[in-house]
Ligand binder design. Structure first.
Ligand code: UDP
Ligand code: MG
Length: 336
């Protein structure tokens, strides 16, 4: 791809368009795209036609996740034609769908934020159904592709994956990998929903754990028209690892990481008490120390206690790091 660029405005988060930051935006659409040059314009046109019907204010944030085709050129054109509506965040390289969504969230201003795939598989006509579900009081609505049109090579691993997630997390969802979702602003601003790795698909699980109300609605979808899927068998394996990670972050990890501190404290205290007892017996009852094997138990416990406390401190650092690590992407350009 050509690297010499026309001069572009590089902005901080402040908007270049004075009106858009002062007026409320009802809906934001975050669309991660990687090599979707043939789809972006069609998607935008369908999307805008649908929303104009609803009469709501909106913005569409395309996140170009390191495309090597003409996706960015297409987006640049869209941005100049529909300035104030189309916004573009361009990564320096391909970082993956999760960082792309996070970047989109961070740029979004709408009260409701949608995520959609950029390959025309998700149908904008479903938008009113998502909104209706949010109106019922849900905080996050996720799509369930039904009937599923993908080949069996995709649906089969997907079924196993969904089953596992349901089993392990206790949330009943049929289509974890669906990229078509609607979030209330609160959910994406929740500081505890930090996403990294391939976590985007677990947002409903994590949101559920945080006490948000999560719903699933059946959505129509279309087979991919242009280009090819960016995910293969690797996704399944990585998905399983991420599932474990999510479980760790939300449940398992919290327990052991908070285990060592108190354990260390009690062990050390117990050791000190035992040895104090030994010393008291020596001083007041003249019982020779070498006759008291308990002494060594006490010393051992004190050593363990100090070790546990140190491990506990390390665990706190890991915990802090793990929960603070969020997006890890690098932005090359912003068309605001
Ligand atoms: N995508 C992305 N970065 C990636 C992989 C995919 O931004 O590293 C985008 C892709 O362009 C599409 C969406 O994520 O808009 C879903 O990807 P894809 O259609 O390949 O997934 P599938 O529908 O096959 O599950
Ligand atoms: Mg797709």
């Amino acid at each position: 791809m050509q690297q010499t660029e026309m001069p572009v405005k590089i902005t901080e988060s402040a908007s270049l368009i004075p009106t858009s930051s002062s007026q409320e935006i009802a809906l934001s659409f975050v669309v991660p795209v990687m090599n979707e040059q043939q789809s972006v314009r069609i998607l935008f046109e369908k999307l805008s036609a649908q929303i104009e019907q609803l009469g709501k204010s909106y913005e569409v944030i395309f996140v170009d996740d390191g495309s090597t085709d003409n996706t960015f050129e297409e987006l640049r054109k869209l941005h100049s034609e529909y300035s104030g509506i189309v916004r573009v965040v361009r990564f320096r390289r391909n970082f993956g769908k999760t960082p792309a969504l996070v970047a989109g969230f961070e740029h979004s201003r709408g009260n409701v934020v949608f995520t959609m795939d950029g390959d025309l598989q998700d149908d904008p006509e479903e938008i009113p159904n998502f909104l209706a579900k949010l109106d019922e009081g849900y905080d996050l609505v996720t799509g369930w592709k039904f009937p599923r049109l993908d080949p069996i090579s995709k649906t089969f691993p997907s079924r196993i994956f969904n089953g596992l997630v349901n089993l392990m997390t206790g949330i009943r969802l049929h289509d974890i990998n669906n990229g078509f979702k609607a979030y209330r602003r609160e959910v994406i601003e929740d500081p505890h929903l930090k996403l990294y790795g391939d976590f985007h698909r677990f947002v409903p699980v994590m949101a559920h754990w945080r006490g948000y109300r999560v719903a699933e609605i059946k959505v129509r979808h279309h087979p991919r028209k242009f280009g090819s899927s960016k995910f293969g068998a690797r996704r399944f394996a990585r998905g399983l690892i991420d599932l474990l990670n999510v479980l760790f972050l939300t449940t398992f990890l919290r327990t052991p990481l908070r285990l060592f501190g108190p354990l260390g404290f009690w062990t050390l205290l117990f050791g000190i008490l035992i040895d104090a007892f030994v010393v008291v017996r020596k001083i007041f009852f003249n019982q020779a120390i070498h006759d008291q094997p308990l002494l060594f138990v006490g010393i051992l416990l004190m050593i363990f206690g100090v070790q546990f406390i140190l491990t506990g401190l390390q665990s706190e650092m890991i915990r802090h790091y793990a929960f603070q690590r969020g997006e890890e992407y690098s932005i090359k350009q912003e068309l605001d």
